[in-house]
Design a protein around this ligand. Structure first.
Ligand code: SAH
Length: 245
């Protein structure tokens, strides 16, 4: 069960202070509350998340995604477009849109009920800079959405070498791919070196972070698209997953 609204806000404020993210959260508490209460109400029906404890939802979904929002804030100009690939219940896309109203966020998911859920949640939370589309990434990129976003984000969708083929084609030249990863980040980066090269992406930096009161290592990996992705990519999903670049 979710916290009562005032308790929710004071827990959120305390966790954001610990994480050094208060500047993102302040003024956006109501939007974040609505994201969490919707998740609590609809999680079972839509099979959205395994995390149900209210404190865990705050840390592992909200604070985690606010770290990504902080990276996006540093990279995005006014009116920048961001695509979140495999957004699920809206992570990191909904928290990013909630705290960065100057970024136009598109969330993409292959499952229709998840995109319906995300659009409903955004409208209840009065997050206007958000739109969810029901598409498979590799198909959308081949159907005219390639090279049209300044930023692409993803969390918990696939290993980096597979994920890059799903994400990098969407970037405009000079755009950034923001990938949220766990303890295997270094290993995945090595494994994805050849994919990055083939797709036209260059590694920029690895931002380490930890969630308040948890000590597992987490990283945000940032790549920049420095050359055009060859039109060969993305391939169809079975090739992408069976023969990663
Ligand atoms: N990013 C969310 C959800 C992760 S689960 C989070 O961190 O909580 C992975 C999601 O990616 C699922 O909702 C699945 O439907 C979606 N997905 C997997 N492959 C995809 C593809 N090729 N195109 C679009 N969505 C995809």
């Amino acid at each position: 069960m979710i916290y009562e609204v005032n308790e929710f806000k004071s827990r959120l404020t305390a966790l954001c202070e610990k994480a050094g993210l208060s500047h993102l959260c302040s003024g956006n508490e109501d939007k974040i509350y609505t994201i969490c209460s919707q998740l609590d109400q609809k999680s079972k029906q839509f099979n959205l998340t395994a995390i149900t404890d209210p404190e865990e939802v705050l840390r592992k979904h909200i604070i985690d995604c606010l770290f990504a929002a902080e990276c996006v804030r540093a990279l995005a100009g006014e009116g920048a477009t961001l695509l979140d690939v495999g957004s699920g219940a809206g992570f990191p896309s909904l928290p990013i849109a909630a705290v960065l109203p100057f970024v136009n966020v598109t969330a993409m998911d292959a499952t229709a009920k998840k995109t319906v859920y995300m659009n409903d949640t955004a409208s209840l939370a009065k997050i206007g800079n958000f739109n969810a589309v029901n598409k498979r990434a590799e198909e959308a990129a081949r159907e005219g959405m390639a090279a049209s976003f300044e930023l692409v984000s993803a969390r918990a969708v696939a290993r980096l070498n597979v994920l890059m083929e799903l994400c990098v084609p969407f970037l405009k030249l000079g755009g950034y791919f923001v990938s949220m990863k766990g303890a295997a980040a270094d290993e995945e980066m090595k494994e994805a070196e050849s994919a990055a090269k083939k797709l036209g992406a260059t590694f920029v930096k690895k931002v380490p972070y930890t969630l308040p009161d948890l000590d597992d290592a987490r990283f945000i990996l940032i790549y920049r698209k420095d050359s055009k992705t060859p039109s060969l990519y993305p391939r169809n999903f079975s090739q992408i997953s069976k023969k990663p670049l």
